[in-house]
Design a protein around this ligand. Structure first.
Ligand code: SF4
Length: 301
């Protein structure tokens, strides 16, 4: 049985691709997202309300992930064919439920009166149809299934790992061993982004090499684009790639440490040290625009 190593909690910040992306986009947004409780002006409750907003594309991806997780978990327990009608009924109900229970920024910021199921479900359905029709799914059902005890589906936690002494997060969606190789899949419903996704793939190799103490060339990380068509991107990395990645992660972590008053405890500098980005094209898509520009973006929360 393959096992994921566990780590004792430490407060120091951990690098992740999404954390560093946010840091690059806007320091104020990074502060609101990661250091909510340190804001001296805006109550934590209010920041959290903005932080929890979802967008239609983000939630569509979240629903597809959830349904695939249930599908793979079911595959582990039964080899019966999938009842497509029940499967798509389930995905429709999941979509309806999420629409009922989430707050959408499109509504809060007045772009839409409400979010209808048709705003999400066609893409959810097409993404799942593409998966079911793929050779990969066929292979999972007919070949990889024999090893399904070893599948790791949406592992708990945040994908914590280590590069030397550095804390790093690389969360995988699905891992399955085949022979002496480890296959990792990350499902995507959005557009391809070669640079960003390559960084994620190296991160998955780093994560698996650490946890399973294997040579990185034995790790086969894949990004699977589910929409508009099924497409897999796989890259294999060697120790030099991982060392190069480690240098990059170290440098990016150091940059983020500079915004900490206390690095070990991950206590940030004052909010004023986290400047707002000067680009309304970025702000127009930010959850927190109702805090930064309440007159320009009145929020109905
Ligand atoms: S609204 Fe603009 S300035 Fe404010 S946090 Fe978002 S991106 Fe940064």
């Amino acid at each position: 049985m393959i096992e994921i190593k566990k780590f004792a909690f430490t407060p120091i910040l951990g690098w992740s691709s999404s954390r560093y992306d946010l840091f690059l986009i806007c320091k104020r947004r990074y502060f609101y997202h990661y250091y909510t409780k340190y804001d001296q002006e805006v109550p934590t409750r209010k920041i959290n309300q903005f932080k929890e907003l979802v967008s239609i594309p983000l939630e569509t991806g979240g629903i597809v992930h959830k349904v695939i997780e249930v599908l793979l978990t079911r595959l582990k327990t039964t080899s019966k064919d999938i009842d497509r009608k029940k499967f798509f009924d389930f995905s429709l109900r999941t979509t309806e439920n999420n629409i009922r229970t989430r707050k959408f920024e499109e509504v809060v910021y007045g772009d839409m009166a409400e979010v209808e199921v048709d705003a999400l479900y066609p893409k959810v359905r097409e993404s799942l149809e593409n998966l079911l029709a793929s050779n990969r799914f066929d292979w999972l059902v007919n070949e990889a299934i024999s090893n399904s005890d070893e599948w790791i589906i949406d592992p708990p936690g945040y994908g914590e790992t280590r590069i030397g002494a550095l804390k790093v997060y690389c969360k995988v969606d699905f891992l399955f061993p085949a022979g002496d190789e480890y296959h990792i899949i990350d499902w995507k419903t959005g557009k391809p982004d070669a640079d960003k996704h390559r960084k994620q793939l190296i991160g998955y190799s780093t994560w698996a090499s650490y946890h399973f103490e294997t040579d990185p060339t034995k790790v086969k990380p894949k990004i699977v684009y589910l929409h508009p068509e099924y497409q897999e991107v796989q890259e294999t990395f060697n120790v030099f790639d991982l060392e190069n990645f480690a240098i990059q992660v170290r440098a990016e972590t150091e940059e983020m440490y500079e915004y900490c008053r206390d690095i070990e405890q991950n206590i940030p500098l004052d909010k004023a040290e986290f400047p707002m980005v000067d680009d309304q094209r970025i702000c127009a898509y930010c959850n927190f625009r109702g805090i930064c520009y309440p007159n320009l973006y009145p929020a109905n929360l």
